[in-house]
Design a protein around this ligand. Structure first.
Ligand code: TYC
Length: 122
């Protein structure tokens, strides 16, 4: 649950997004605003390489579930193929979890070992 933050000294928490827009309006009264919303954490959906899933299938997955163009999808797929893993997209937790489930289910349905996982963005 989101709480109203106090105006104490800032720490290094990037989510402690204190509104810096305190100003002194034309009557000389300083107004300080208090943040209410945290910046939501974001999550990378990682595609993992394997030796069996056809390249065309991975490109299809990237187009269908991540809205990539043919060219973007091919570049990401080749990157995963060469390096072992790569980022398909970055989303809020709920959306990222849904993408992982969709990809893994679609792969299984088509008898491909392709897997995706989540990683918190830092
Ligand atoms: N390595 C696979 C092949 O040579 C292609 C592939 C790429 C598989 C990316 C999975 O996430 C992946 N057919």
């Amino acid at each position: 649950m989101s709480k109203i933050k106090t105006m104490g000294a800032d720490n290094n928490n990037k989510n402690n997004n204190r509104n810096e827009d305190s100003s002194t309006p034309a009557g000389g009264v300083a107004v300080e605003t208090t943040p209410i919303l945290d910046t939501p954490k974001m999550y990378k959906v990682i595609l993992l390489n394997d030796d069996f899933t056809p390249m065309d299938f991975v490109v299809l997955v990237l187009r269908r579930f991540f809205g990539k163009t043919e060219e973007q999808a091919t570049a990401i797929m080749l990157d995963v193929h060469k390096k072992g893993a790569g980022i398909a997209g970055v989303f809020s937790l709920e959306i990222a979890e849904m993408k992982v489930m969709q990809v893994n289910q679609f792969a299984q349905l088509n008898q491909n070992p392709l897997k995706s996982t989540l990683e918190e963005e830092t």
